[in-house]
Design a binder for this molecule. Structure first.
Ligand SMILES: C[S@@+](CC[C@H](N)C(=O)[O-])C[C@H]1O[C@@H](n2cnc3c(N)ncnc32)[C@H](O)[C@@H]1O
Length: 358
């Protein structure tokens, strides 16, 4: 680890990843101490694949300077949007931005700060809001309120600069085990369609073919070759609003039915359930889970891409990047957090290229 002035670059030995994206003079694997709005100006346009970050929440904590303690909400949102504009500038055209924010009550009324920010961000006209991914906290702070419920979710907003953003949904939440089908569910899959075929006004030939096709697909489910099936039968199932897509519509007209094989691609939902983390020895009050950052890295970046976190705090983004072979750049205004972050990254395990999730 080399230190120059207030800068420190964490050299990750053994990394052989090629950086296809960034310009040659882009800092990589560095945690820089200073004001992010000044530091980010040094980055070239379109050099970063992903900005992922969690800004200080409005009037929530004192981090020893920087953003978060503006006198009013409008001022806070203005500073955040100024930084957001710079983030958009440095993101590549196929890149993304992910912002996680928490909310705030004032006079017993929820301000909806994250959503005001998201609206402001889209109103810049620079990005599209792709998703509002909800982090469900498994262990929210156990506070009892007499007149309201404990809030236990936070949004992660995914913005993209263009419609050509890099996207790898197969890798997102790939370790999640799908809910198990019971033995009887497995045996019953698709059986209801036999009755519907009988009730239909298909010709005898069409009914015969439909039963054969259905039996074959059921066997495939039972052998575990496909995850499930859907059948659409002429006269029984209403045409979807806007019509079935071309091929299926023709099949229904011609054969009397169509069979949809579900290939086992898990439904990729806009929720991530994970505990709030506190890490021994790291005295940062607002750490977001490395696991959540990792899932966004899988979804929105390739190994060797450069990721920026302008509010790096305890270094969670940097740790996730090191673990998954992405380069990171992190900024924090508080020198103590920069030191924590650097030590945390140095200790984090570095994986080799074999960790790529296909
Ligand atoms: C919510 S915390 C980020 C926590 C981080 N995601 C983690 O997992 O540890 C926000 C951080 O932004 C830093 N910060 C606030 N204003 C800043 C600014 N203008 N420039 C750089 N960092 C700033 C604070 O010191 C704080 O560590």
């Amino acid at each position: 680890m080399g230190i120059q002035n207030n800068r420190c670059s964490v050299v990750l030995r053994g990394r052989i990843l090629q950086n296809r994206n960034a310009t040659d003079d882009l800092p990589r694997d560095q945690i820089l101490c200073g004001d992010n709005l000044e530091l980010i100006r040094e980055l070239p346009d379109r050099s970063i694949q992903l900005v992922i970050t969690s800004p200080p929440y409005f009037q929530q904590r004192d981090y020893g300077g920087g953003m978060g303690n503006e006198a009013c909400l409008e001022e806070y949102l203005d500073s955040l949007i100024s930084l957001f504009r710079e983030c958009v500038r440095v993101v590549r055209d196929d890149g993304s931005l992910v912002f996680n924010l928490g909310d705030k009550y004032i006079d017993s009324s929820l301000l909806l700060v994250p959503y005001r920010f998201a609206i402001g961000a889209t109103e810049t006209g620079l990005v599209k809001l792709v998703n509002d991914v909800t982090w469900i906290k498994k262990n929210p702070t156990p506070r009892q309120f007499r007149r309201r419920l404990v809030s236990s979710t936070e949004p992660f907003f995914h913005f993209a600069k263009t419609e050509d953003y890099f996207y790898n949904p197969d890798a997102f939440m790939a370790d999640e085990t799908p809910p198990k089908k019971s033995q009887s569910q497995g045996m019953n899959v698709g059986r209801k369609y036999f009755e519907l075929i009988d009730q239909s006004d298909l010709s005898e030939d069409e009914k015969h073919n439909a039963r054969d096709a259905l039996e074959e697909a059921i066997q495939e489910v039972q052998r575990g070759e496909i995850a499930g099936l859907r059948m659409k039968i002429r006269g029984i199932h209403a045409e979807a609003f806007g019509g079935q897509d071309g091929g299926r519509k023709i099949q229904i007209e011609k054969n009397g039915f169509t069979l949809i094989r579900l290939r086992g691609n898990k439904l990729k939902r806009d929720v991530i359930e994970h505990s709030v983390e506190s890490i021994k020895g790291i005295r940062h009050p607002a750490i977001y889970p490395v696991k959540i950052v990792e899932e966004f890295l899988y979804l929105l970046t390739r190994p060797g891409d450069v990721v920026l976190d302008p509010f790096i705090g305890s270094g969670s983004t940097a740790v996730a990047c090191k673990q998954l072979g992405r380069y990171f750049i992190g900024y924090d205004i508080n020198p103590e957090y920069c030191r924590y972050a650097r030590s945390r990254v140095v200790e984090a395990p570095s994986k080799t290229l074999t960790f790529i999730r296909e």
